[in-house]
Write a protein that binds this ligand. Sequence first.
Ligand code: ATR
Length: 250
Amino acid sequence: MTYERIDPEPDPFEVAVARFRNEGGKGLNITLPFKERAFALADCQTARARAAGAANTLEFRDGQVFADNTDGVGLVRDLVQNQRFMLQQKNILLLGAGGAARGVMLPLLAEQPARLVVANRTAARAIAILADLKASCTVAGDLMRRAEACGLEAIPAVPFDVVLNATSSSLTGAVPEVPQGVFGPRSLAYDMMYGQGLTPFLRLAQAHGAPYLADGLGMLVEQAAESFYLWRHVRPMTAAVLQQLRAELG
Ligand code: ATR
């Protein structure tokens, strides 16, 4: 088996996918900025890909293209299995309303939190992604009622058990302007970005007293493991991979 990085350019993404398939490729992981186009070109999409409106995994099988999205499951597995942080009956704050936030809402709700607040700098985008989720998918009404959307300034001033950063703010060294009170003495702050040392968001959370800090490296590894499972029906062990990547990041 070989697994390599492919840059589709200068061809259109769809042309590059078709060529890979014709050459005998079995499946692909898709990263930014092509996840929506991967979703659109597939013949069948899983519920979690539909909820995300984007695919990070394609599989060529039985003459068809199947699209899935393992990002949200990767996040949940990192939280629950690697961080040992259960989400049932917890208050979750999800910051951001781009593709990254959208991709994880359904799997987070499936964990049955007490409350999921989706908050974004542009409130209308948070409201829109929640409305899309309600319209598109199979979440039970009871679970859906636990989700709400607002602007950053309207975040309820209570400590959340988990504060997830799904904004791209860390890329520019910025942080989302959240009310200080969202971090409590038992909060886990989780940045879906990763890098060497603490991200700006994790430094903010630490300064505001959050005792548990995690970046998105575990999510990266777990979403990849889930994709591998889809293609090969074997679930890879992730701990050693995560350890090695962490060591390489320094
Ligand atoms: P992605 O698909 O990676 O999520 P995106 O669709 O460009 O990327 O979305 C980026 C997200 O980060 C948005 O929620 C954006 O907020 P707006 O919708 O208000 O633009 C958020 N974001 C980026 N920089 C930010 C910052 N400095 N503070 C707060 N939110 C920020």
